[in-house]
Design a protein around this ligand. Structure first.
Ligand code: AMP
Length: 144
C-alpha cells in the first residue's frame, strides 16, 4: 500500500535535511547526506539520502538525479570499506512497508559485514550510543 502515496515533507529524514532534528553526519554535499543509522544492524551501518527531491522510494527518484546520487552511495561504501575493512558490504534499499521500509524518503543502507557475522534486526532495539556513532562517522569520513 505504501509503495505509492504522497511525499510527507515532515518525515524524519526530511527534518534532518532541514536541520530540524540532529543526525550523526558522515558526508554531505549538494546531492546527498550520509549519516549513521541510529539502530545499526552492524557496526558502521550508514544511510545515504538524496537532497532536493520528494522521492519516497527508488521508483520515484527523478532519473536525472539518480546517477549523481548513486555516485554518493558508492563513495560512502568505498569509504566504509577503507575505514572499517569489513569482509563484505550489504547495500540495501526498501520500497513500501511490505518490503521493510519504515521511513518514506529514499535511502540506501550501507552495512559492513564481517565473515560469519549475523546482522541485528531492522529498525528496532536500543538506539546506539551517540558518541560511539560519532567515532565511527569520523573514521569513515576520513576516507571521503
Ligand atoms: P527503512 O526501514 O529502510 O525505511 O530504514 C529506515 C532506517 O532509518 C532504519 O534502519 C532506522 O534504524 C533508521 N532510523 C530511524 N530513525 C533514525 C534516526 N533518528 N537517525 C538515524 N537513523 C534512523
Amino acid at each position: 500500500m505504501t509503495l505509492h502515496g504522497k511525499y510527507d515533507p515532515d518525515n524524519i529524514f526530511a527534518k534532518m535535511l532541514r536541520g530540524d532534528i540532529p543526525c550523526v553526519k558522515v558526508f554531505e554535499d549538494d546531492v546527498a547526506l550520509a549519516f549513521m543509522d541510529i539502530f545499526p544492524q552492524a557496526e558502521g551501518h550508514t544511510l545515504v539520502i538524496p537532497k532536493d527531491v520528494e522521492a519516497r522510494n527508488l521508483l520515484e527518484m527523478p532519473k536525472k538525479k539518480l546517477g549523481a546520487y548513486m555516485e554518493r552511495v558508492q563513495k560512502v561504501a568505498k569509504a566504509i570499506d577503507k575505514a572499517l575493512k569489513p569482509d563484505g558490504i550489504r547495500v540495501m534499499q526498501f520500497n513500501g512497508a511490505p518490503s521493510g521500509q519504515t521511513v518514506y524518503h529514499l535511502h540506501f543502507h550501507i552495512i559492513p559485514v564481517g565473515e560469519g557475522q549475523s546482522m541485528r534486526s531492522h529498525a528496532s532495539g536500543e538506539p546506539a550510543d551517540t558518541e560511539a556513532l560519532k567515532a565511527l562517522a569520523d573514521r569513515i569520513a576520513a576516507y571521503i
